[in-house]
Design a protein around this ligand. Structure first.
Ligand code: AMP
Length: 187
Protein backbone atom coordinates (compact mmCIF):
# COMPACT_ATOMS: atom_id res chain seq x y z
CA UNK A 1 0.00 0.00 0.00
CA UNK A 2 1.45 3.35 -1.05
CA UNK A 3 0.00 6.40 0.68
CA UNK A 4 0.80 9.98 -0.22
CA UNK A 5 0.31 12.68 2.39
CA UNK A 6 -0.27 16.12 0.96
CA UNK A 7 -0.72 19.32 2.92
CA UNK A 8 0.91 22.59 3.88
CA UNK A 9 3.81 22.80 6.33
CA UNK A 10 2.33 22.35 9.80
CA UNK A 11 -0.67 20.31 8.59
CA UNK A 12 0.50 17.26 10.54
CA UNK A 13 1.95 15.06 7.78
CA UNK A 14 4.90 13.97 9.93
CA UNK A 15 2.79 13.16 13.00
CA UNK A 16 0.01 11.38 11.14
CA UNK A 17 2.46 9.67 8.79
CA UNK A 18 4.35 8.18 11.73
CA UNK A 19 1.13 6.84 13.30
CA UNK A 20 -0.01 5.41 9.99
CA UNK A 21 3.36 3.81 9.26
CA UNK A 22 3.39 2.14 12.67
CA UNK A 23 -0.18 0.90 12.29
CA UNK A 24 0.27 -0.46 8.76
CA UNK A 25 3.82 -1.70 9.35
CA UNK A 26 5.24 0.08 6.31
CA UNK A 27 8.07 2.62 6.15
CA UNK A 28 7.57 6.38 6.03
CA UNK A 29 9.79 8.18 3.57
CA UNK A 30 10.28 11.82 4.52
CA UNK A 31 12.40 13.96 2.24
CA UNK A 32 12.66 16.73 4.86
CA UNK A 33 14.24 14.28 7.34
CA UNK A 34 16.58 12.89 4.68
CA UNK A 35 17.68 16.40 3.75
CA UNK A 36 18.14 17.43 7.39
CA UNK A 37 20.29 14.30 7.90
CA UNK A 38 22.39 15.26 4.86
CA UNK A 39 22.79 18.78 6.28
CA UNK A 40 23.85 17.38 9.67
CA UNK A 41 26.34 15.04 7.99
CA UNK A 42 27.66 18.02 5.99
CA UNK A 43 27.67 16.10 2.69
CA UNK A 44 27.87 18.06 -0.56
CA UNK A 45 24.16 17.38 -1.12
CA UNK A 46 23.49 18.62 2.42
CA UNK A 47 25.46 21.82 1.87
CA UNK A 48 23.56 22.53 -1.35
CA UNK A 49 20.21 21.71 0.29
CA UNK A 50 20.87 23.89 3.35
CA UNK A 51 21.04 27.09 1.32
CA UNK A 52 17.46 26.55 0.15
CA UNK A 53 16.06 25.10 3.38
CA UNK A 54 17.28 28.07 5.40
CA UNK A 55 15.40 30.38 3.01
CA UNK A 56 12.23 28.29 3.15
CA UNK A 57 12.39 27.60 -0.58
CA UNK A 58 12.42 24.17 -2.21
CA UNK A 59 15.64 22.29 -2.74
CA UNK A 60 15.94 22.12 -6.55
CA UNK A 61 14.63 19.05 -8.35
CA UNK A 62 18.13 18.46 -9.73
CA UNK A 63 19.19 17.68 -6.15
CA UNK A 64 16.05 15.98 -4.84
CA UNK A 65 14.99 13.71 -7.73
CA UNK A 66 17.97 11.38 -7.25
CA UNK A 67 17.29 11.16 -3.53
CA UNK A 68 13.63 10.28 -4.12
CA UNK A 69 14.53 7.71 -6.77
CA UNK A 70 16.98 5.97 -4.40
CA UNK A 71 14.34 5.83 -1.67
CA UNK A 72 11.66 4.44 -3.98
CA UNK A 73 14.08 1.81 -5.28
CA UNK A 74 15.21 0.72 -1.82
CA UNK A 75 14.08 -2.81 -0.87
CA UNK A 76 12.16 -1.57 2.16
CA UNK A 77 9.81 0.41 -0.08
CA UNK A 78 9.18 -2.49 -2.47
CA UNK A 79 5.62 -3.26 -1.38
CA UNK A 80 4.47 -0.12 0.32
CA UNK A 81 5.40 3.18 1.94
CA UNK A 82 4.05 6.45 3.21
CA UNK A 83 5.31 9.45 1.28
CA UNK A 84 5.68 12.49 3.53
CA UNK A 85 6.93 15.79 2.13
CA UNK A 86 7.15 14.67 -1.47
CA UNK A 87 6.27 14.92 -4.27
CA UNK A 88 6.37 18.69 -3.97
CA UNK A 89 6.75 19.65 -7.63
CA UNK A 90 5.33 18.43 -10.95
CA UNK A 91 8.67 16.79 -11.81
CA UNK A 92 8.73 14.90 -8.51
CA UNK A 93 5.12 13.77 -9.00
CA UNK A 94 6.03 12.51 -12.47
CA UNK A 95 8.98 10.54 -11.07
CA UNK A 96 6.83 8.96 -8.35
CA UNK A 97 4.00 8.10 -10.77
CA UNK A 98 6.39 6.67 -13.35
CA UNK A 99 8.46 4.64 -10.89
CA UNK A 100 5.39 2.99 -9.37
CA UNK A 101 3.80 2.41 -12.79
CA UNK A 102 6.94 0.69 -14.07
CA UNK A 103 6.60 -1.76 -11.19
CA UNK A 104 2.90 -2.32 -11.81
CA UNK A 105 2.05 -0.40 -8.64
CA UNK A 106 0.06 2.73 -7.93
CA UNK A 107 -0.77 5.09 -5.10
CA UNK A 108 -3.48 3.52 -2.97
CA UNK A 109 -4.46 6.78 -1.28
CA UNK A 110 -3.69 10.46 -1.65
CA UNK A 111 -4.67 12.17 1.59
CA UNK A 112 -4.87 15.95 1.73
CA UNK A 113 -4.49 17.18 5.30
CA UNK A 114 -6.48 20.37 5.35
CA UNK A 115 -5.77 23.03 7.98
CA UNK A 116 -6.67 26.73 7.89
CA UNK A 117 -3.82 29.20 7.42
CA UNK A 118 -3.99 30.89 10.82
CA UNK A 119 -3.84 27.49 12.52
CA UNK A 120 -0.79 26.50 10.40
CA UNK A 121 1.04 29.65 11.44
CA UNK A 122 0.12 29.03 15.08
CA UNK A 123 1.36 25.41 14.97
CA UNK A 124 4.64 26.29 13.26
CA UNK A 125 5.29 29.07 15.77
CA UNK A 126 4.73 26.53 18.57
CA UNK A 127 7.03 24.01 16.90
CA UNK A 128 9.77 26.61 16.59
CA UNK A 129 9.89 26.68 20.39
CA UNK A 130 9.96 22.90 20.87
CA UNK A 131 11.84 21.38 17.91
CA UNK A 132 14.28 24.19 17.29
CA UNK A 133 14.12 23.85 13.52
CA UNK A 134 16.00 26.71 11.90
CA UNK A 135 13.27 27.07 9.23
CA UNK A 136 10.38 27.61 11.64
CA UNK A 137 11.10 31.34 12.07
CA UNK A 138 8.15 33.66 11.22
CA UNK A 139 9.70 34.94 8.00
CA UNK A 140 10.70 31.50 6.72
CA UNK A 141 7.29 30.11 7.64
CA UNK A 142 5.67 32.79 5.48
CA UNK A 143 7.91 31.84 2.55
CA UNK A 144 7.25 28.12 3.03
CA UNK A 145 3.49 28.67 2.97
CA UNK A 146 3.81 30.74 -0.22
CA UNK A 147 6.03 28.09 -1.81
CA UNK A 148 3.48 25.42 -0.86
CA UNK A 149 0.66 27.35 -2.54
CA UNK A 150 2.65 28.07 -5.66
CA UNK A 151 4.52 24.81 -6.26
CA UNK A 152 2.91 22.00 -4.29
CA UNK A 153 -0.82 22.84 -4.01
CA UNK A 154 -1.22 22.38 -7.81
CA UNK A 155 -0.41 18.68 -7.26
CA UNK A 156 -3.78 18.37 -5.53
CA UNK A 157 -5.39 19.09 -8.91
CA UNK A 158 -2.99 16.66 -10.62
CA UNK A 159 -4.15 13.81 -8.37
CA UNK A 160 -7.76 15.00 -8.17
CA UNK A 161 -7.99 14.60 -11.95
CA UNK A 162 -7.67 10.90 -11.37
CA UNK A 163 -10.30 11.10 -8.65
CA UNK A 164 -7.73 10.02 -6.13
CA UNK A 165 -7.64 12.75 -3.49
CA UNK A 166 -9.30 12.25 -0.11
CA UNK A 167 -9.57 15.41 1.97
CA UNK A 168 -8.97 15.08 5.69
CA UNK A 169 -10.13 17.96 7.90
CA UNK A 170 -7.00 18.13 10.06
CA UNK A 171 -7.64 21.00 12.46
CA UNK A 172 -8.75 18.71 15.31
CA UNK A 173 -6.61 16.79 17.76
CA UNK A 174 -4.06 14.16 16.72
CA UNK A 175 -6.29 11.22 17.73
CA UNK A 176 -9.34 12.56 15.97
CA UNK A 177 -7.43 13.12 12.72
CA UNK A 178 -5.78 9.68 13.00
CA UNK A 179 -9.23 8.08 13.35
CA UNK A 180 -10.49 9.82 10.24
CA UNK A 181 -7.42 8.67 8.31
CA UNK A 182 -7.97 5.11 9.55
CA UNK A 183 -11.56 5.30 8.32
CA UNK A 184 -10.51 6.54 4.87
CA UNK A 185 -7.68 4.06 4.47
CA UNK A 186 -9.87 1.25 5.76
CA UNK A 187 -7.19 -0.13 8.09
P1 AMP B 1 9.65 19.71 5.50
O1 AMP B 1 10.29 19.08 6.70
O2 AMP B 1 8.93 18.73 4.62
O3 AMP B 1 8.81 20.91 5.84
O4 AMP B 1 10.85 20.26 4.60
C1 AMP B 1 11.75 21.23 5.09
C2 AMP B 1 12.50 21.84 3.93
O5 AMP B 1 13.22 20.83 3.24
C3 AMP B 1 11.61 22.48 2.87
O6 AMP B 1 11.28 23.83 3.17
C4 AMP B 1 12.49 22.38 1.63
O7 AMP B 1 13.50 23.37 1.64
C5 AMP B 1 13.17 21.04 1.84
N1 AMP B 1 12.42 19.91 1.23
C6 AMP B 1 11.86 18.84 1.88
N2 AMP B 1 11.31 18.00 1.02
C7 AMP B 1 11.51 18.52 -0.23
C8 AMP B 1 11.17 18.11 -1.54
N3 AMP B 1 10.47 16.99 -1.77
N4 AMP B 1 11.54 18.90 -2.57
C9 AMP B 1 12.23 20.03 -2.36
N5 AMP B 1 12.58 20.50 -1.16
C10 AMP B 1 12.24 19.74 -0.09
Amino acid sequence: MFILLLGAPGAGKGTQGALLAARLGIPKITTGDLLRAAVAADTSLGREAKRHMDQGTLVPDAVVLGLIKDELDAPRAKDGAIFDGFPRTAAQAELVDRTLAERGQRLSHVLLLDVADDELVRRLAGRAGTEGRSDDTPETVRTRLQVYRRETAPLVAHYAQRGAVQRVPATGGVDEVAKEIQRLVGR
